[in-house]
Ligand binder design. Structure first.
Ligand code: S3P
Length: 185
């Protein structure tokens, strides 16, 4: 897999919201922060919005109200993020694309970049993070392989571009995103 897809989106084609999608551990938040700084855009993290809105952590929310409730809050956060006038970089949660409403909103209002990495590499990155409710004590490679199979077609459906987020540090991956969007100075 190369660092970026063959198709460069191009400056004129980049919308005022850039949304990063991909599985947990793909670096959406850290790469989003670098992009936001470089592009002088506000960074919006939908997981943080959910936590602020509900006053609880994602893990607690999953435990107390379940995944379906979390998805409703997540969709609401995405909607609020996309409604902002300010140009932004939006770091989404890995499962946002499971909602067809979310996919439709992203397709309409954002330039979407899919950060791709293999389940094996992602599992290594999140290995010691006990706060991830979807892992739930199972083998992370197994869970991520299932999620990858289920979600890869959905990421592909919404993404305008994809970037290899498997090798290289966050700075290098962020530069690859700028390249693919035609925004590298
Ligand atoms: C989830 C990913 C998490 C968070 C929640 C559910 C998922 O976000 O939204 O735990 O369904 O893959 P990150 O992708 O930022 O870890």
């Amino acid at each position: 897999m190369s660092h970026s897809s063959d198709t460069t989106v191009g400056d004129a084609g980049v919308r005022h919201h850039i949304a990063l999608v991909g599985l947990m551990g793909s670096g959406k938040s850290s790469i989003g922060a670098i992009l936001a700084e470089r592009l002088r855009r506000v960074l919006i993290d939908t997981d943080h919005l959910v936590e602020t809105h509900t006053g609880t952590s994602i893990a607690e929310l999953f435990a107390s109200k379940g995944e379906a409730a979390f998805r409703r809050y997540e969709l609401d956060s995405l909607m609020r993020a996309l409604a902002r006038d300010e140009s932004s970089v939006i770091a989404t949660g890995g499962g946002v694309v499971t909602s067809s409403d979310a996919r439709q909103m992203l397709a309409l209002d954002a330039t979407v970049v899919w950060l791709r990495a293999s389940p094996q590499v992602l599992a290594q990155r999140i290995h010691n993070d006990a706060t991830r409710p979807l892992i739930g004590g199972r083998d992370p490679v197994e869970v991520l392989t299932e999620l990858d199979a289920e979600r890869a077609p959905l990421y592909a459906e919404v993404a305008h571009a994809e970037v290899d987020a498997e090798s290289g540090d966050p700075e290098q991956v962020a530069m690859a995103v700028l390249d693919v969007l035609g925004l590298r100075p």
